[in-house]
Write a protein that binds this ligand. Structure first.
Ligand SMILES: [Zn+2]
Length: 558
């Protein structure tokens, strides 16, 4: 239960007192609540989060925006028939994860959300995977606000994005604010977010709530957040999440958190104990911390969350909560064979949005499923290999960069290699699975002595980290925290000669703890996207003989 009544009464009294001193006015109407005493108002909050490019159903027919719309239309109609005020919110991270969406800058996702009728969303960290002008474009595709109160423009010191929105429903004033994880600064592409400051969302929320109470007189305050839900606030190395936020605020000053980022169903077994056994179709009890309800609907539109509240005399009480699966399936055995069946009755796809999205899906597929090359064996990019040793795929990507930039050698972070390519036909989809981030190719001209300093940092990054580097066109001995016997193109590194090398834009900007070289006078961002460079290289060099890229003792680790 959350209690806004005493606070409300205090504010009303204060406002009346201050107004009593004025000679005016019609302004007094503003402080009269829109709700009637001793009257119950129904409020229904529908929510999703972490869409990650899943505008289309998967190959098993699970989730997808067309079925999501049918379900949400039904839930909204039912709630409104009950006289409820309804809001549909998202906890953010609409971007990144499915090539068909990524390739189209998530246009189908944002336009689909508009058709479904989202009222607002939080900006997630993955909204910053692309350059900021892509986000601007997405804000135009969306006819709902994309909120964040804690992202500031470093240059102006002002909030960069809309912080909150007020919804007036059935006489209730509902404020929805957005908050974004501080980790965005760490995990986002430094090249795109360098001009932004991600301030402590807890402090910003406290400040904004005080501000709202003064200026907007809201009856209900909800935060759409992208910060993660961590059981009992146990967040490990993550930035503080929703539990920490609720505990930090004055008790009950925030009514509800519609979250995202940790990509889980927030269903509790008891106070501070999350359910370990929740499965689709089960009952779900949301978290409550310090008078604030916390909800999250797993990821990808697998569920629509539905919270039914009653608002009466300034108090908001949760009456029921449900996480409703969107055409999720389970595997059962039929005559000894495994089959996938719907867990609940199939939700039909909404025809309007299905027909609207289909051309996007087809366009994406057309571009992705075309064979672009073939390879005579596996190109190794498995995480537990490529982060530990030089591999043919890591080296081939570096070779592609070296060729495109006409460089002397190339450095490729293994964290930017996300999958292997199997022997046989290769499609653009395979390439995008290996390189989904859209980093750009940069090159830098440096003296041999500068190169040596750079390598002393980059080549000595530990294994089992994304920072561990793959190399092409260069050989060296790595011993502890320094390198020796460096040869470029088979010749000893000359401290006075100028060399050109490539590194992904992510690392050039300082990602993975690499030296920041974007302000080095010799640094150039080519604007070429990594996956496109790899695709082009594969097309030009097919059929690929993996032996050409196999490591051959170039890197010696002592
Ligand atoms: Zn996230």
């Amino acid at each position: 239960m959350t209690d806004r009544l005493s606070l409300k009464a205090a504010i009303s009294a204060a406002l009346l007192a201050s107004l009593a001193g004025c000679s005016a006015t019609t302004e007094t109407t503003e402080i009269v609540p829109g709700w009637q005493p001793d009257t119950t108002y129904n409020v229904t909050i529908l929510h999703t989060n972490d869409n990650h490019g899943r505008f289309w159903h998967n190959r098993h027919g699970e989730y997808g925006m067309a079925a999501r719309k049918t379900l949400i239309d039904k839930l909204r109609a039912e709630a409104e028939a009950d006289g409820a005020a309804v809001l549909l919110l998202s906890g953010g991270d609409i971007n990144t994860g499915v090539p068909e969406s990524d390739l189209q800058d998530a246009e189908p996702d944002f336009k689909g959300m508009t058709m479904i009728g989202y009222d607002a969303m939080a900006l997630g960290n993955h909204e910053f995977d692309n350059s900021l002008d892509v986000l601007e474009k997405q804000m135009n595709w969306a006819d709902f606000p994309m909120l964040s109160a804690n992202i500031y423009d470093k240059a102006t010191g002002e909030r960069k994005y809309q912080a909150y929105e007020i919804f007036e429903k059935n006489g209730l004033r509902i404020a929805v604010m957005g908050l974004t994880t501080e980790d965005t600064a760490k995990i986002g592409n430094p090249e795109f977010i360098g001009e932004l400051e991600f301030r402590d969302p807890k402090e910003e929320a406290k400040k904004l709530i005080a501000e709202l109470e003064k200026t907007e007189n809201p009856d209900i305050i909800i935060a759409a957040t992208h910060m993660g839900h961590y059981e009992d606030g146990q967040r490990g190395i993550n930035a503080p999440g929703d539990v920490a936020l609720a505990r930090y605020l004055n008790e009950g000053s925030l009514d509800m958190i519609v979250g995202g980022h940790s990509q889980e169903p927030v269903c509790m077994e008891g106070p501070n104990v999350a359910s370990k056994t929740f499965k689709p179709g089960d009952e779900c009890k949301p978290d409550n911390q310090n008078g604030t309800y916390i909800v999250q609907a797993h990821e990808w539109g697998k569920y629509v969350g539905k919270a039914d509240f009653e608002f009466r005399n300034g108090e908001l009480n949760l009456v029921s909560y449900d996480l409703i699966p969107v055409n999720l399936k389970k595997k059962i055995k039929v005559n000894g064979e495994k089959k996938r069946v719907f867990i609940q009755n199939e939700i039909p796809k909404d025809k309007g949005i299905y027909d609207f999205l289909k051309p996007y899906q087809e366009k994406g597929q057309d571009q992705l499923n075309v064979k672009i090359a073939e390879t005579n064996d596996k190109l190794e990019g498995d995480r537990n290999v490529v982060r530990f040793q030089q591999t043919n795929l890591g080296r081939m990507i570096a070779a592609a960069h070296k060729e495109r930039a006409k460089a002397d050698f190339s450095v490729m972070n293994s964290g930017g290699v996300r999958d292997s390519i199997e022997a046989g036909d290769v499609t653009y989809k395979d390439v995008l699975t290996v390189q989904p981030f859209g980093n750009m190719l940069t090159y830098t001209d440096m003296s041999g002595s500068e190169v040596l300093d750079y390598l002393n940092v980059v080549a000595t990054k530990p294994v089992d980290s994304g920072a561990y580097a793959q190399f092409y066109g260069i050989s060296m001995v790595v011993d502890g925290d320094s390198v020796s016997d460096v040869k470029v193109g088979g010749e000893a590194l000359d401290p006075n000669k100028t060399y050109r090398f490539t590194v992904p834009s992510y690392n050039a900007a300082g990602g993975d703890g690499y030296p920041k070289i974007t302000d080095h006078p010799g640094n150039v961002n080519t604007g070429f996207v990594d996956a496109e460079v790899l695709k082009d290289f594969l097309e030009k060099n097919t059929p690929i003989d993996v032996n050409k890229y196999a490591p051959n003792g170039e890197m010696v680790y002592k």
